[in-house]
Design a protein around this ligand. Structure first.
Ligand code: FES
Ligand code: FES
Length: 157
């Protein structure tokens, strides 16, 4: 079945099983490998993408549900000015997520700061609770998100 949607700003029309997962189609048919395949059960956040602007685990999204919608992966998000600001925040905070977690966390921070522009520590932890990592660098993650939020707010003012 052909499913038409917008992928990183461009029309896409993959031929696929409508029950197949968005994660699988993004990686296998479009070669979008920043969408990591971790737990495949909605737990780790490594496969996160933006679906109509909302953060979702793409391993839990069936293809038939995305017809006519907009999907943005990190490959598309890199074109935004926010991407550089988030990476600057990581560097300044001494936060260095592994390459496996980084794409999902970048999109997760974007989604969090869209909802809560200047989050408190507890809001950062709960807002990013869908991203599980084994290194547990929570203090530097909080520092990084706080720095990024200040960069965003300076840009807006
Ligand atoms: S691979 Fe989708 S949440 Fe882990
Ligand atoms: S950042 Fe990847 S395991 Fe912690």
């Amino acid at each position: 079945m052909i499913i038409r949607f917008n992928l990183n700003g461009v029309p896409a029309a993959p031929d696929c099983n409508p029950e197949s997962r968005l994660l699988q189609i993004l990686r296998e048919q479009f070669g979008l490998l920043t969408v990591r395949c971790g737990c495949t059960s909605g737990y780790c956040g490594a496969c996160s993408v933006l679906l109509n602007g909302e953060l979702v685990p793409s391993c839990m999204v069936a293809m038939f549900t995305i017809k006519g919608k907009s999907v943005v992966t990190l490959e598309g998000f890199r074109a935004s000015g926010e991407y550089g600001e988030i990476l600057d925040g990581f560097r300044e905070a001494g936060y260095n997520p592994c390459d496996y977690c980084r794409p999902g966390k970048v999109l997760g921070i974007h989604a969090l700061l869209k909802k809560i522009p200047l989050p408190e520590e507890n809001e950062i932890l709960s807002g990013l609770s869908g991203h599980h990592c084994r290194c547990n660098e929570y203090s530097s993650l909080i520092r990084a998100v706080t720095l990024v939020s200040l960069k965003f707010s300076r840009r807006r003012s």
